[in-house]
Design a binder for this molecule. Structure first.
Ligand code: F6P
Length: 487
C-alpha cells in the first residue's frame, strides 16, 4: 500500500507507544513525475510490527534508507514516522560495519569471522545516541518505548538517562550468543549495560535470555535470579523469551485469494508441472545455508532418487547488505554453484534450480508457498525464521512439507517439521528425500499440528505479551523523574 508524504513544519505530537528500529517500515517510491510516496517495506520485522502499530497508533523512529538527508516526521497508514538521518560514513561504519560485519556474525555462531574496529564502535555509539535522542523527544510522559534489534543495543541505557519516566522494552530478533562467543567483543560490558537500560529485554528463545543473564552476572557483576537482574539502584530488569511470529490470518487470506491461487497454478505450469517443487526463500545471507541445501538437492538427483523432471528447486534470494565482503563472496559462490548444477543436470526449458536473485511482493511469495510441495529452511543459525511460519500459514489444506534446520528458532515450536542439521549434508538429503516420498496422511498429520502452533501464537499474541509485560513494568528511578517538557 502506498501512502503520501505529509510533511509537517511543527513537531509531531507526543506518542504513548514508540517503536525504535533501525529502519522505518516504509520504502521511498519515486514516480515518473518525480513525486515521492512511501510504500510498506517487506521484511520480517516490519510485517511483525505493522499490525500492532496500525491497531494502536503510535510513532516509529527509524532510518529512511538513504544517506545524508534530513526528513521531517510524516504520517503513514496511521503511524507517525520519524526519520533518523545517517551520513555515508555512518552507514559504512555503524550499519555495514559494526552491525553487520561485527555483531551479525558474532551473534550467529561465527558462521563468518567478525571484524572488530574501534572506529566502527564509535559510529555505533553516535548513531545509537541519535536514536535515543529522537525517542526522548517524541515519547509522551510515562510512554512505552519498544526498541528493536541488535543495531540499537545501546539505546535503552541512553534513553533511560534522558527519560527515566518511560517504560522501556528491548527485543532482540536474532540469536544471543553464549558467553564464550560474546566475550570476544571488546565492548562486551558496554553492550550489556546498554541493554540493562530496558525494563524488559526480550529474546526469541529462553536459552538466549539465560545467556544474557549469565553474562550480566559474570561481566557486570549484578545479582541475578532466574529471569531477573537486580541493579544496585533498586531497579529490576526482566530477561525472557517472547518467540516472534507472523500475521497468520493475513497470510492464509492471501493464500486463499483468487489472484494468488491463479498465480500459483501458473507457477507450477511454468515449471513444467513437476511431481514435486522444492522452495527456498531467504535474504541472500551466509547464515541461511543456501549453498549447502542446493548441493543436497543436486546430489539427490545425481544419486538417482529423482530426476530434474520429477523435481525442481525454486530458490529466491533477495539481495541484502551487498557491499559487505562476506555477502559479495556468497553471491558469487551461489551464482557459480547454480550454474554448475544447471549445467550438469538441467535440460532445455527445465533447469534443476530456478534461482531468483530479487525481492518479491508478499502476494508473489504467497503464490510460491501455495505452489510448492516442500519448503526448505536450513539456516546454520537463525533467531526465528518467519518464512517457515509463513509457509505453514499458507498451507490451509494441511498439505506440504517443511524441512527445517534445528538451529532456527522456529524449530523450537515447529517440532513436526522434517528437522535437519544443516552442517550434515547426508542427513539433510535423507530428510529432503523423506519429505519428497511422504504420503498424504503423514504430511497432513505434521502440517495440521504445525498450523495449530502458528495459529496459537501469531504476531498479535507476541506483541500483546511483550507490551502487556512492559505496561506492568515499573519504570526505574521513579523518585528522580523530571517533569516532562511539553513541546
Ligand atoms: O532480522 C534481522 C534483521 O536485521 C532485521 O532487523 C531486518 O529487518 C532484516 O534483518 C533485514 O536486514 P537489513 O535491515 O540489514 O536489510
Amino acid at each position: 500500500m502506498i501512502g503520501t508524504v505529509r510533511r509537517r513544519g511543527d513537531r509531531a505530537q507526543r506518542a504513548d507507544l514508540v517503536i525504535v528500529a533501525n529502519r522505518l517500515p516504509v520504502d521511498r517510491l519515486v514516480g515518473a513525475d518525480g513525486a515521492v510516496s512511501w510504500g510498506r517495506s517487506p521484511g520480517g520485522l516490519v510485517s511483525a510490527l505493522a499490525p500492532v502499530m496500525n491497531s494502536q497508533g503510535g510513532a516509529w523512529i527509524g532510518w529512511p534508507g538513504d544517506v545524508g538527508e534530513d526528513l521531517e516526521p510524516f504520517e503513514h497508514e496511521g503511524m507517525t514516522l520519524i526519520p533518523v538521518s545517517m551520513s555515508a560514513a555512518e552507514y559504512e561504519e555503524y550499519y555495514e560495519g559494526f552491525s553487520n560485519a561485527t555483531l551479525w556474525p558474532l551473534y550467529h555462531d561465527l558462521v563468518a569471522k567478525p571484524e572488530f574496529h574501534r572506529e566502527w564502535w564509535d559510529a555505533y555509539v553516535t548513531v545509537n545516541q541519535r536514536f535515543a535522542d529522537a525517542a526522548a523527544a517524541i515519547a509522551a510522559p510515562g510512554a512505552m518505548v519498544w526498541i528493536q534489534d541488535y543495531q540499537l543495543q545501546l539505546v535503552p541505557a541512553f534513553l533511560r538517562e534522558l527519560r527515566p519516566d518511560l517504560r522501556i522494552g528491548f527485543f532482540l530478533h536474532i540469536p544471543f550468543p553464549p558467553a564464550e562467543l560474546f566475550s570476544q567483543l571488546p565492548w562486551r560490558r558496554e553492550l550489556l549495560e546498554g541493554l540493562l537500560g530496558a525494563d524488559i529485554v526480550g529474546f526469541q528463545l529462553s536459552g538466549a535470555a539465560q545467556n544474557f543473564i549469565r553474562l550480566v552476572r559474570q561481566r557486570v557483576g549484578h545479582k541475578t535470579h532466574r529471569d531477573s537482574v537486580y541493579l544496585p539502584d533498586g531497579r529490576v530488569v526482566t530477561a525472557k523469551a517472547f518467540p516472534i511470529s507472523i500475521d497468520k490470518a493475513h497470510f492464509e487470506g492471501l493464500a486463499r485469494s483468487e489472484p494468488v491461487q491463479e498465480r500459483a497454478s501458473q507457477i507450477r505450469k511454468d515449471l513444467g508441472n513437476p511431481r514435486r517443487i522444492f522452495l527456498g526463500i531467504d535474504r541472500l545471507d551466509y547464515t541461511k545455508g543456501i549453498y549447502a541445501r542446493l548441493r543436497a538437492f543436486s546430489e539427490l538427483i545425481h544419486d538417482g532418487h529423482f530426476t530434474a523432471q520429477d523435481a525442481t528447486f525454486v530458490q529466491v534470494a533477495s539481495p541484502s547488505r551487498e557491499r559487505v565482503d562476506q555477502y559479495r563472496i556468497l553471491r558469487d559462490d551461489i551464482d557459480r554453484l547454480v550454474g554448475h548444477i544447471n549445467g550438469d543436470l538441467g535440460r532445455i526449458g527445465r533447469p534443476a534450480i530456478s534461482y531468483l536473485n530479487s525481492a518479491f511482493p508478499q502476494a508473489e511469495m504467497a503464490a510460491l508457498y501455495v505452489a510448492s510441495d516442500i519448503m526448505v529452511v536450513t539456516p546454520f543459525r537463525d533467531g526465528m525464521n518467519l518464512v517457515a511460519k509463513e509457509y505453514v500459514a499458507c498451507r490451509y489444506n494441511d498439505d506440504g512439507a517443511l524441512v527445517l534446520s534445528e538451529f532456527a528458532g522456529a524449530a523450537n515450536e515447529l517440532r513436526q517439521a522434517y528437522l535437519v542439521n544443516p552442517y550434515d549434508i547426508n542427513g539433510m538429503k535423507a530428510q529432503m528425500l523423506e519429505a519428497y516420498l511422504a504420503d498424504e496422511k503423514e504430511l497432513t498429520r505434521r502440517m495440521r499440528a504445525m498450523r495449530k502452533t502458528v495459529a496459537e501464537n501469531d504476531v498479535n499474541n507476541w506483541a500483546r505479551n511483550f507490551l502487556g509485560d512492559l505496561a506492568a513494568a515499573r519504570p526505574g528511578h521513579e523518585k528522580h523523574v523530571k517533569p516532562a517538557k511539553r513541546s
